[in-house]
Design a binder for this molecule. Structure first.
Ligand SMILES: Cc1cc2nc3c(=O)[nH]c(=O)nc-3n(C[C@H](O)[C@H](O)[C@H](O)COP(=O)(O)O)c2cc1C
Length: 180
């Protein structure tokens, strides 16, 4: 797939068969993550956690559902029963570079999303559960992140019966001004 085809075909997939992507596909997706640019070349400040353990995925799902119920939004299915959730975390920054870890993490996730699209496997950016994980000491303990790292964003991946097709994207949905 050409780069622009992958970009225009990517969309959020929220239906999964339950089957994991193959090891080779996961390797390609993670290789795309590794190819991401990173602010000040500080790759050591980003870590990925590939969560495939059904009990942990279920625990995250339940924690998110409980939080959603509290906010009156009970029918959410936060991880869409996807068999793999790749969480990207960053080293908690000092005040001057507060946004950098989130920019780094977002790029990692989008690179993986484009690779998943290219492979024809399902993927969806996930932020909803990240905030929940961040405030749940038990989940943070299960994730065993390096000291001082916080979850930033993530991507679910898995086999799907949905198809990617190139989309017409409106060219004005993100406002853009030019300064010449
Ligand atoms: C940073 C970020 C976080 C997102 N978090 C979620 C999420 O938690 N759950 C979800 O279903 N979709 C999530 N999405 C997907 C967006 O809803 C989706 O990208 C947007 O509606 C555009 O649709 P498309 O991805 O199909 O083009 C997220 C997207 C981004 C970029």
């Amino acid at each position: 797939m050409e780069t622009m085809d992958a970009i225009l075909s990517r969309r959020s997939i929220r239906q999964y068969t339950g089957e994991k992507v193959t090891e080779a596909e996961l390797k390609t997706i993670l290789a795309a993550a590794e190819a991401s640019p990173s602010g000040m070349d500080e790759y050591e400040n980003t870590v990925m956690t590939v969560i495939e353990k059904p009990a942990l995925l279920e625990k995250i799902d339940q924690a998110a559902k409980a939080a959603a119920e509290k906010s009156g939004n009970a029918d959410k299915n936060p991880l869409y029963q996807a068999p793999t959730f790749i969480l990207v975390s960053g080293k908690k920054p000092d005040a001057e570079s507060a946004n950098l870890i989130f920019s780094n993490a977002a790029i990692v996730v989008e690179n993986m999303a484009l690779a998943a699209t290219d492979l024809g496997v399902g993927c969806c950016h996930i932020w909803g559960v990240v905030e929940i994980i961040d405030h749940d000491p038990s989940l943070l303990n299960d994730l065993d992140l390096p000291e001082g790292f916080i979850p930033c964003c993530g991507l679910i991946v898995g086999k799907t019966n949905d198809q990617y097709t190139k989309r017409e994207i409106p060219l004005d949905r993100i406002k853009c001004t030019r300064i010449k």
